[in-house]
Design a protein around this ligand. Sequence first.
Ligand SMILES: O=C(CO)COP(=O)(O)O
Length: 133
Amino acid sequence: MHKILNVALIAHDKKKDTLVSFCIAYESILAKYGLYATGTTGKRIMAETNLDIHRLASGPLGGDQQIGSLIVNKDIDLVIFLRDPLTAQAHEPDIQALIRLCDVYSVPIATNLASAEIFIKALNDGELNWRLD
Ligand SMILES: O=C(CO)COP(=O)(O)O
């Protein structure tokens, strides 16, 4: 299908600092994978790391749906989506649709830092390499 695993990185505004810190901490691991992000998240990560990111539209402008489309095409192998559970989002239906597609296609999705740390270690240990066939 594809030669490297692809990771989607997304964070709501109040979680962007956390995701940037995560990307700095795990930069050497993340650098080995194809990276996709919603617009503002990708801009922040690229400004604060040396990671190369395929940036999509901003979440509220359809970026979550673009990630969803990549999932349907089997081009995303892991989603790290640090959601803000305490702030209403105008594009909540898009967020739910993205999470639903992860379930439809069995794509692992971490929605908080604790699970993101476990998943990135699993990725680095080759636990997701079965997705490469
Ligand atoms: O809103 C988002 C995800 O639902 C993230 O979008 P941005 O990365 O453009 O802020």
